[in-house]
Every structure is written in C-alpha cells, then in structure tokens.
Design a protein around this ligand. Structure first.
Ligand SMILES: Nc1ncnc2c1ncn2[C@@H]1O[C@H](COP(=O)(O)OP(=O)(O)OP(=O)(O)O)[C@@H](O)[C@H]1O
Ligand SMILES: [Mg+2]
Length: 250
C-alpha cells in the first residue's frame, strides 16, 4: 500500500448562524502525530467530526488516500480505517481488561488466535499487560483511558482521531498516555490526529501542530515553529502559560 494520507480542503461547517469551522484545510500523514490545538470553541471537535463524517459539511472536501470520502458515513470511513475515538467512550465494565481489547480485535474480522496476539501487543503498549485479567471496572481513570486507546487500536485504524484523551488525568497518567500515543505511528503504522489542551502532552507527542482560532487556521507547522510563533502565543499559548503559571510545554 502506498502512502495513505488524510487530506481536507476548504472545510466549512455551520450550525444555524454559527460558522464553527471556516475554510480549514488539513494534511495528516500516516507516519506522524498531528496536533490540533486552540482555545475553547475554536472548532477542533467539529473539525474531527468533519474528518470522520459526524458533522455535515457546508463546503469542502475530505480525501483519504485516493478516495473522496466527503459524503461517506462514519461507519464507511471507520471500516476503511478512519477511526474517531470519543472522549466519552467507556470501557465494558462487565469484561476483563483483556476481553475489552479482544472484543475490538475480533470485531475487525480477525480470527480468534490473531485477535489474541494483537491483544497481547496492545496491552503491552498501554502498560496494561499485568492487569489483563482484572475487571475493567476496577481500573483507575488513567488506566481506563489507556484501555480505551488499546481498544480503538484493536480496530486497526489507518488514522486514529483522538479528542482530548488526557482530559481529567493527573500528570503521571497523562505522561503514560502520551508515551503510548507517541508509539502509535511506528508500532501500529497508523497516523494520529490529536486534539488536546494539555500542552505538555502536545509538545511531547506531536510531530506537527495546527492551531485553530475562531474556526480558522492561524498557524500550522513543525512543533518547534509553533511553540515560538507570536500569533499562536497571543491567541492561545499566552493564555495557557498564564493558567499553568509560566512555562509552555515544559
Ligand atoms: N452541534 C452544535 N450545534 C450548534 N453549535 C455547535 C455545535 N457543535 C459546536 N458548536 C459551536 O461551534 C463552535 C466550535 O465548537 P467545537 O466544539 O468544535 O470547539 P472546540 O475547539 O472543540 O472547543 P473545546 O476546546 O471547548 O472542546 C462553538 O462556537 C460551538 O458552540
Ligand atoms: Mg472540543
């Protein structure tokens, strides 16, 4: 398979009188983590929804590899590997940790044996291997978040679109999650589009970053370029650094 990139051009999403996303283009590469950041209400979640088919476009085009997927349903896109993970995705509480991941792996048509093998790898990536036989409901929040990441990966995504996966986690938990996300392109051959407010996570895992403000892109580029971009600091990082007491992405 050649490069299977995710590309969006001139995306516009309107809700009644509100333009949530206004003429935004995006390029995600399969070997990379693309960060999508910006203030509350900037249009990040709406853009993820536009990419995955959950938000109807008023204008624009989404292509996945050579295929125009603009009018395809979320299910159609997901079957081909464009997988959106929702913040509210819960683990199956009646199942063990291992069973939670196996359910995701079997759902993709893999044979039981292959699904078991994939599950072992995914539990190792997310640091849940030694907890495999525990009931999922017994895990603390950070590990449940890791488990939902493992389950999303079990669906063999080509691109995984994550909306604030570190929300509500403490610093240690966020760091572990960041380490797992960082390894997705190399170990699972999947690209990631990551919406995240936690700048320490963003700066640790993203290769490139796109910054939205009021529904428009105000900057896009390599991590280091974005970190020092005056417009980005004014619109977003300045506010973050005040909230965090000084440093950005330390
Ligand atoms: N279903 C909807 N109906 C009406 N307005 C919406 C809807 N979804 C989003 N909006 C509006 O679109 C704009 C962008 O919202 P969106 O949720 O995409 O922002 P965001 O960048 O994800 O913000 P946050 O960081 O708070 O999650 C906001 O003004 C929001 O109120
Ligand atoms: Mg959002």
């Amino acid at each position: 398979m050649g490069a299977l990139e995710l590309h969006a051009e001139g995306i516009v999403v309107r809700f009644g009188g509100i333009t949530a996303v206004s003429d935004v283009s995006l390029d995600a590469r399969r070997s990379q983590v693309l960060g999508l950041i910006g203030p509350n209400g900037a249009g990040k979640t709406t853009l993820l929804n536009a990419l995955s088919g959950f938000a109807p476009l008023s204008a624009g085009k989404v292509t996945f590899g050579d295929t125009d997927v603009t009018t395809r349903t979320p299910q159609w896109r997901a079957r081909r590997g464009l997988v959106r993970s929702f913040q509210a995705v819960r683990v199956f509480e009646g199942l063990t940790v291992r069973e939670n991941v196996e359910v995701g792996a079997v759902g993709t048509g893999r044979r039981r044996r292959a699904a078991r093998g994939a599950t072992v790898d995914l539990l190792a990536l997310t640091g849940l291997g030694r907890l495999a036989d525990r009931p999922a409901s017994s895990l603390p929040a950070g590990q449940q978040r890791q488990l939902s990441l493992a389950r999303a990966l079990a669906a063999r995504p080509v691109f995984l679109l994550l909306d604030e996966p570190a929300a509500g986690l403490d610093e240690g938990e966020s760091e572990e999650l960041a380490a797992a996300i960082r390894r997705i392109p190399t170990e699972f051959d999947a690209g990631v589009v990551l919406v995240e407010h936690d700048m320490s996570v963003v700066m640790k895992v993203c290769d490139r970053i796109q910054v939205l403000d009021h529904g428009s892109t105000i900057a896009v580029g390599e991590r280091e370029t974005i970190r020092t971009d005056p417009e980005v600091i004014r619109a977003y990082l300045g506010e973050q650094s005040t909230a965090d007491g000084g440093e950005v992405g330390a």
